[in-house]
Write a protein that binds this ligand. Structure first.
Ligand code: SAM
Length: 267
């Protein structure tokens, strides 16, 4: 389904949704009792958990500024895009590359419902409801085919997303499915929960028990997701250290330590 279709979008509010929980952590108000239950448990486990979402959303803006600026990218596949909030990919990218095209992909139909408003504003943006674990189906989607020129570099964005795939869902294979379809010079942008041992384990348990996903991977596991690509400076680092806008303290807080990210170029 594309956002150009006008049928009402239905979604189940009896079960928690990753996109609504994340949006609530960012300060959004579109959540339901099932999401509130998850939020309560996450905040009980780590009172600073809202900050985790905010760090992630802030680096998304900095990352897209890099991709559109230094990277010169004009095509974006934002996979697991989430609900529109501040500094959405198309707004940041098109501020620097006015002709940039963005396709938002999310399995949660609420993203499409909210994304429709975005399309009204911008003819170079599409929102599709699809499961990103099936790269072939996503890549064959008519909106992806009409918007993305696969002979030119593409930004593959999996921001705050791959930790929501379990190991048996083959996150490495999923990344490869997209990278194989794009030319050399394309960029891969990933942020991911980091396994820091005991500190991250309690929060991981809370995510898994109440939301059903949220796998904290080791640095080595996350680096493997970038294989075949070359990380740009400063590499895979805690998000606060990824091209910060201001001065960053030497000592990171616990919440700053448990999420890392990087951008790499397909070589
Ligand atoms: N990328 C945005 C950001 O970083 O601000 C949103 C991240 S949000 C934490 C993760 C999103 O991934 C949610 O909106 C969720 O619905 C989506 N998602 C999870 N599993 C997915 C799947 N298999 N296919 C497509 N989207 C998925």
């Amino acid at each position: 389904m594309t956002n150009s279709e006008s049928a009402p979008v239905e979604f189940d509010v009896s079960k928690p949704s990753i996109s609504r929980v994340y949006d609530a952590l960012l300060g959004g108000k579109d959540y339901y009792p099932s999401d509130e239950h998850v939020l309560e448990h996450l905040r009980e486990t780590m009172p600073e958990v809202d900050e985790l979402a905010k760090l992630n959303r802030a680096v998304l803006g900095r990352g897209v500024r890099y991709l559109a600026g230094e990277g010169g990218l004009k095509q974006y596949l934002d996979l697991g895009a989430g609900l529109p909030t501040m500094e959405n990919t198309h707004q940041v990218a098109q501020a620097l590359q006015p002709e940039a095209k963005v396709v938002y992909v999310d399995k949660d139909p609420i993203v499409l419902a909210h994304g429709r408003a975005l399309l009204g504003e911008n003819g170079q943006t599409r929102v599709i409801t699809a499961d990103l674990r099936d790269p072939a189906a996503v890549l064959a989607h008519p909106d992806v085919q009409s918007m993305i020129d696969f002979s030119q570099p593409v930004a593959i964005m999996l921001v705050g997303m791959l930790h929501h795939l379990h190991d048996d869902e083959d996150p490495e294979g999923v990344v490869d499915g997209y990278l194989d379809a794009v030319p050399v010079g394309s960029h891969l942008f990933i942020t991911h929960f980091l396994d820091t041992g005991d500190e991250s384990r309690a929060l991981e348990k809370s995510f898994l028990d109440f939301l059903g996903t949220g796998r904290f991977r080791t640095r080595e596991e996350i680096l493997r997701l970038f294989r075949g690509c070359e990380l740009v400076e400063p590499g895979l680092v805690p998000l606060s250290y990824w091209r910060p806008d201001g001065i960053v303290r030497d000592k990171l807080t616990l919440v700053e330590e448990i999420i890392v990210g990087g951008i790499a170029i397909k070589s």
